[in-house]
Each structure stands twice: as C-alpha cells, then as structure tokens.
Ligand binder design. Sequence first.
Ligand code: ADP
Ligand code: ZN
Length: 730
Amino acid sequence: MDQTFFHEGELVGVLTTQPIDRVLDYKAPEGGCALGAFVEVPLGPRKVLGVVWGAGRGDWDYAKVRSVIRVLDVAPMADEMRQFLTRAADYTLTPMSAMLRLATRAPGLGDAPSMRKVYRLGSVEPDRMTDARRKVLDVLRDYGGLSFTLKEVAEMAGVTSSVVKGLVKLGAVAEEDSPRDLPYPRLDPDYGRKTLTDDQETGAKVLREAVRSQTYGTTLLKGVTGSGKTEVYLEAVAECLRVGRQALVLLPEIALTSEFITRVEARFGMKPAEWHSGVTMTERRRCWKMVGQGEAQLIVGARSALFLPYRDLGLIIVDEEHDTSYKQEDGVLYNARDMTVLRASLNAAQVVLASATPSLESWANVEAGKYARVTLTARYGAALLPDMSAIDMRVEDLPGSRWVSPTLAGKVRDRLERGEQSLLFLNRRGYAPVTICRGCGHQIGCDDCDATMVEHRFLKRLMCHQCGETKPMPTVCPSCEAEDKLAPVGPGVERMAEEAQALFPEARVAVLSSDLYGSARALKAHIESIARGEADVIVGTQLVAKGHNFPKLTLVGVIDADLGLQGSDLRAAERTFQLMRQVAGRAGRAEAPGEAVLQTFQPEHPVIRAILGGDEEAFWSAEAGERRAAGVPPYGRMAGIVLSSTDVQEVFDLGTAMARQDAPLRQIGAQVFGPAPAPIARIRGRHRVRLLVKADKAAPLQQALAAWAGQFKLRGELRMAIDIDPQSFY
Ligand code: ADP
Ligand code: ZN
C-alpha cells in the first residue's frame, strides 16, 4: 500500500504548478505532511504551490534536497482527484503541471483564513433611542442571534452605517471577527417539492435509484424544451443531498446561471455555491475551500468546476450536454462532457446528461448500452411543440440586401397584431460579415489573420472574430483609395434589426447578441425585460437558443437555415439539426401554440427535411451510419494537430517531416492526413498547418501520438497543439 503520511525529513515527491515535467523531491517539513497535502515549496529563488504526490524518488544527494516550506491550511487532495488529474492528463496529452493549475484556479489558497467584521444584537439598551437606532435593533432582533456585515445591516434597516457604528460604541450592537470563507447554507431536499407528472416521476425514480446506488453510471436525460428535464434532474440532486454526497450541475453559459440559481433556491430553500468566471475572486476561494471541506453540497458552474477538490462527489449533471462550449478550445484541450464521465467513474458517482438534442456521441453510447436513457416525451402543461415548416427562398420575391421574406414578414405581422413576440434568428454577430469596395472588389481583412473583418456598427468598428482585433471603419478603400465605395455584404444581427425596424416601424425591436452588453448583469437584465414582454421582435444569435424562457414568444423565423450546412466540418449536419431544433423549441412555451419557420434555398436537403420531419431517431441513425462508414467519431478516433509559427516555411517543413516519420502511428494502424493549411491559415500573425490522425476506436491512440510527436523538437517560434477528439476544425 502507498505511504499516506510522511514524517519530518522523509522524502516526498511534489507535483508543482510550474511547467516542469517531473515530480520533484523535497523533505517533509516539521510536523510532517500527508499524501495529497497542498504545500508551498522552494523552486530556485521562488516559492511555488504544489501537491504531495507520493514518496520521493531519492535519486538526488539527500543533503542537497530542500524542505517543504509549509503545508497549506486546506484539505489535502483526495486520491480520486489525483487519479482523475493523471487520467485526464494522459487522455488529453497535457502535462501534469497544467492539470494541477486547472485544479487550483482560486487565488490566495495559501493565505491565512481572512477575517471580516460582522454585527449582531448586543446586550445593552441604548439610553437614548432614535428612529434609526430602533430600526437597526428591530432588524437584528427579527433575525435572532444571526450576524451580518455592516453593509447588510445598514441596508436591511434602511439607515447609514454610522448609525450601526454608533450602536456598537454603546454596546447595543456587538461587533465580532468572523472568517470570510464561510460554509454554504444547508440545502433542504424536501423544500419546495413539485408534483411531477407521471412521465417525469418515472424518470425521476430511475435517477433517484441510480444516485442511491452510490456506484458509477451515466444516464442520458432526453426531453423536448419545456418537458421538465430540470425539474427531473433536481430530484436526482435532492436524492444526492439526502445520501449526504456532493452534487455538481454544469451549465454551458454563464448568462443562464442566475435564472438557474433562483430555481435552486425555490427548490432547496437556499442558494448553492457558484463557480464560473463571473464570480468574484473572494467567492472563488471560498467555493474552492468549502468544496474541499465538504461544506458545499451543491455547486453550479462552468466546465472548470469539474476540477474542484470535491470531498465526496455523488452526482454530476451536464445540462445541454450537446453544447459546444463544453469543449475547451485553448490551453488544456478537454471536453468537459467526457471528463465528467471519467471523473464520475473514479468517484462511484452518477452522471446525468440532459438535452433536447443530444450529441451523436451520447446517442451512440446509449445504443451501445453504455449509458442508460430516460426520455420525457411531452411538454409540461398544455404547451405544444411548435409547428415547423420551410420557406422556399427560391420562390420568394425579395430584393438584394434584404433577408426577411414576405411570407415570414406576414407571420410576424400576425404576431404583432395579437400582441405576441417573434424571434428572427441569425447566428451571426455584428452588422455585416464582409465589407467590400464596390470600386476594386477589395474585402477588408484582418492584418494578422486570414479572415475578413466584421462590421460592428453598434461599436462603430470593424472586428476580427478570430483574434478580436478591432479598427475604425475606414472612409476610403485601403486598396484603391476610392471614397464612398465601401459597402456591407451579407447580414449580421445588427443589420437584421435595422431591416426589422424598417419592415415593422411600430414594433419594439430588441437585439440579443453576446457582444452587445458590457457585463453579464446587463445582459441578464436585458433578457429579463424581453421575457416580461418589453419587445415585440427579437433579433438574436445562438445566445437565444440556450434555454431562456420567453413566455410570449410564439414565432421563430430562422433567417438562414442553410448557414451551418456549408463547410467540411464532420459535425455540420449534427450541429445544424441541434441548433434549429433548439431555436424552434423557444416558440410557444406556455398557453399559446408556437410556430417555427426555416428560410432555406434547399428545402429538399436531407438535414432540413429531418429537422422539419422531427423524426430524430431516423436522423441519428442515418448520421450514425455515415460516420460509421467513414470511420470517424464516435465510431473511430481522431486527433487534430495544429502547427503554427510566424515563419510559414518552418511550419510546413515540420508538417511534412511529421507526415513522413509516422512509424509510431502506423504501428497502431492509424493514418495521418496532411499537412495542409488550416481552414484559417493565419491567426494573430501565426501561420497554421493542420494534420489529422485517424485511428480505430480501440487503438491506443494517445501513446502512439506521444511517441510520434516526441520525435520532433520544437525550436524557436514553432508550436504544436494536439487536440484529441477535435470538435471544431479551424
Ligand atoms: P426543460 O429543462 O426540459 O426545458 P423545465 O424543467 O425548465 O424544462 O420546465 C419547463 C417549465 O415547466 C418550467 O417553468 C418548470 O418550472 C415547469 N414545470 C415542469 N414540470 C413541472 C411540474 N411537474 N410542476 C410544476 N411546474 C413544472
Ligand atoms: Zn485577426
């Protein structure tokens, strides 16, 4: 058995967050340290964060080995967490130090627990009572012995903080120090229970039993938007709370969390812990520590919440599991959905993958018997699924530079008359994707990327969607210097809004696009005002496809249903199918029935027909058949390799050498394709070349890739990124 405690002076191996490819030896400090302890160690002149990973190797002169500086005051890393990081690193071919950085993304972990002042009722009555003073004492009396921060007390009582301070001087209010990182309030699994429909109850029962088993298992929870998937998986969370284990709910979009937190509070009486980029640094540290101490029962967060140091994780929900944002596309390239399954299998935990439009991967795993499946067929209440149809754009009478067909415009007018909302969906941010010179044909591109600049009229700038660079709209053509010849080509949401306002002058038009709001809070406020009915026509990007509830929305018009079907992405059909069905699902949630129409130039395209027909099983079977025949995921394995450098020759030379020296790959029967210029051949001034590796499902791809890539030394500017199971091809 592994040693689990090390006495002072014994050698320990410490994994640090620094980019060094091995575990380093140190001497255990005074008082010793446990396996998994978070420690501070000297590295050269610096002090760095690390974790005691095991016994030291002892291949170094003992006298020269330095000592651990101190053991941090946080719970040691659990065995399963160390295994998880190791397995995840092997799977994604990521250095362990990078994995540890992912697992320690909270500031000030080593700091002494910080304190703050809190206030509660004191023992003395003030001799002179004023109105303001009475308000403070009444509020504190109402809450019994509870204590609050100065700001909270002042706010609740509706007085200035100096009133509270004055009462402290008199002894009528007690001021105390309390640790800042407080445990989260307990959640009550039986608070706010809803009566489930038969369909929902059947599903909830399956999930509850799975959670009670305290073994690993994955269930796909499929159900149309509004069928009550959230209600059903909250029952699994309740069961997890009852058995005393921790639960994690992953959401694909931060903008969705506040609505979800409100639902959790209504269901369990208290707010859960939150973990995502919108959470303050102090709150992040609190969350990290409390999760580690088992003092947070439910965590709601973004994909990186998977790397928190859970004490006893019993359940992970991946909501909208098909969402592409679960794939991290820079830094450590991992798919949170796949990592969830790995983590759960190491923790004897259950996974619930919830979606109205599951990924083909998950569908195939159900077919193969690896995942269980729970299906909710009907929408909750009287809500019906929207009626879906196509508008054949070949026969619509529409001038150039206009995108709303007369048929669609007529339907919007009907809604306006009835006081209902319409959504015009276009998955393109900005005003126009291309700006062209009508004099010479020049298209304005990014200086550093092979991409056109997108006009953002709202920001009054051109923006590159690859690198984020912006520049002012030029007044003359940068190529031929002609004046007044620059013209926008094609629509973005901002331009659609302009067209909608011209078509429906009396309507209130709102644009919903992630780039138009300075903060998540502003976006949330805007979404809420739309939900209350403060807009008649909503023009939106895929942001609206993600679970917002607009009760008055009865019409969804997809401006360009063909948009996602172009391109060589192997998931193009799947993505279009999912997105169209998600967007259509926004229509007609409550009493009013909904309608969804797709503007298309190819109504006979199999994907468009499948979307309209609504026969999902048939679509998946057909899609699965094609992927199986091509030997691509989920029926084969793939890895994308992107080489990049500022020097185009260098990057092609390396690509060619890699394609030639492919023996480690051939040994496992894998094939290399390329090198070829990446679809976006230059980003931020770096030239990009792609190679693609394909292998059988059972082939040991990672080892072969590591051996193959290990043959090449990356000098100077050269970079190599290996993406296992790539989701996007750019
Ligand atoms: P989904 O997650 O599948 O989109 P939700 O769980 O959000 O569906 O349910 C849609 C709406 O219907 C929500 O407002 C939800 O509160 C309500 N709802 C669903 N099931 C029930 C139920 N059994 N009792 C009361 N309200 C329900
Ligand atoms: Zn750029």
